[in-house]
Ligand binder design. Structure first.
Ligand SMILES: Nc1nc2c(ncn2[C@@H]2O[C@H](COP(=O)(O)OP(=O)(O)OP(=O)(O)O)[C@@H](O)[C@H]2O)c(=O)[nH]1
Ligand SMILES: [Mg+2]
Length: 383
């Protein structure tokens, strides 16, 4: 009972420091609409374009279970568009005390094509966002190893993080070595740590410290912080303000790398107007924050490779080589599908300068695919 009263005290909009929104049916009537458009322009400029010799940023969104990571991503996606909110990253609705269900179970990346609906600039390098399962509040070796695997970009699409945790736990350190041999395909350029302003949900100190440590170990990845629930929790309440300060202190976040935001959700917009419009009042603080995240650094222009030898270079003897070759051949077969069942065969053109080695290259491919001795199938030029 006492706890309920405390909670009520923390959430009541008692004075000016709580956000009170009047949500409009149409985004153009929102007093923040023109500011949103201006910030959107700034963000597009900072994201850059594909003529600048860099790739889109990979931004990992990370935090505890149920802190609002997927809601935050959907809010970011709504802010970056001018039509209406959509559930692109599946989110949860858990209001039952003690519920610890993971809504997001698998690792998912969302690139420009998944969320960006502006058609006027096809070259803009909108970032790729990475959503994943909430982490436990631990700084165990398992959590540190897992964070390192995620930050170095070796996790696979749709991979269940819980499976990896199990793997790392049961066969560590071999499991870690196994994942560290995977190709680094999504190296993380920025980390956004998400937590809730809810003072009844303790600050995950161990996890925050593990994130900082793993971020420094991989490549000194820049970190940013977001606290969700600005609509619900009053910043002038002592417990809420205390949580905010400690969150920033533990992660060492200066003001410009941190934001308190309101996510699009049933609490913040009970009439669910967001199903037909965006809400610039929510978007503006998200876009101001994104401007900081998207500001390019020198590292963004260098090649994004993580220094470890690729796993196929680590094969030692002949039997291992054969095993690897069979495995790769199997993977190729799975990718092309079965004739008549999945799709028609691909037609691949091999083009190059005269004498550049096109036919020799094709003969090598044929030998590899047939798992037989090299054969002179394509006629080659004599030098
Ligand atoms: N009032 C309010 N509720 C929020 C806010 N952000 C998230 N929520 C609620 O918090 C709950 C969990 O949100 P999710 O986005 O699924 O959380 P998550 O961190 O992705 O959860 P997992 O993937 O399970 O780790 C949902 O019921 C949201 O509506 C916010 O800013 N304000
Ligand atoms: Mg989620």
């Amino acid at each position: 009972m006492e706890k309920d009263q405390d909670k009520l005290k923390n959430t009541l909009n008692e004075n000016k420091s709580s956000e009170v929104y009047h949500i409009h049916d149409n985004q153009q009537d929102d007093p923040m609409y023109s500011e949103k458009l201006r910030l959107l322009d700034d963000c597009q400029g900072l994201a850059g374009n594909d003529r600048q010799g860099r790739s889109p940023l990979n931004i990992a969104v990370i935090g505890q279970i149920g802190c609002g990571k997927s809601s935050f991503l959907n809010t970011v996606f709504a802010s970056l568009n001018t039509d209406y909110w959509r559930e692109i990253a599946p989110l949860g609705f858990f209001k039952i005390e003690g519920s610890q269900l993971h809504c997001t179970e698998r690792f998912r990346s969302y690139s420009k094509k998944d969320y960006y609906r502006a058609t006027n600039d096809e070259c803009v390098l909108m970032p790729t966002f990475l959503d994943m399962t909430g982490f436990p509040d631990e700084k165990s070796k398992t959590v540190l190893d897992l964070l390192e695997i995620v930050f170095s970009g070796r996790i696979n699409e749709q991979q269940k993080l819980a499976d990896i945790v199990e793997g790392v736990k049961s066969i560590s350190p071999e499991a870690v070595n196994y994942y560290n041999k995977e190709v680094s395909h999504l190296p993380v350029d920025r980390i956004i740590v998400v937590s809730t302003l809810d003072p009844d949900s303790p600050l995950p100190r161990y996890l925050l410290s593990a994130i900082s440590e793993a971020a420094k170990k991989v490549r000194d990845i820049p970190m940013y912080g977001v606290l969700t629930g600005r609509d619900k929790y009053n910043l002038s309440n002592e417990a809420v303000a205390d949580k905010l300060t400690k969150f920033r202190q533990v992660l060492g976040l200066p003001k410009h790398r941190f934001a308190c935001i309101t996510n699009y959700c049933e609490d913040s917009d009970p009439d669910t107007k967001y199903l037909t419009t965006t809400i610039p009042q929510f978007d503006v603080s998200v876009l101001r924050f994104l401007k900081q995240v998207l500001t390019p650094s020198r590292e963004d222009f260098s090649r994004k490779t993580v220094v470890t030898r690729p796993w196929y270079c680590q094969v030692k003897d002949e039997s291992e080589q054969k095993e690897l070759r069979d495995k790769l051949l199997d993977r190729c077969k799975q990718l092309v599908g079965i004739s008549g069942k999945d799709k028609n065969p691909l037609t691949i053109a091999v083009i190059g300068t005269p004498g550049g080695g096109k036919s020799a290259f094709l003969n090598t491919i044929f030998a590899a695919l047939s798992n037989e001795r090299w054969n002179r199938t394509c006629k080659m030029r004599r030098h």
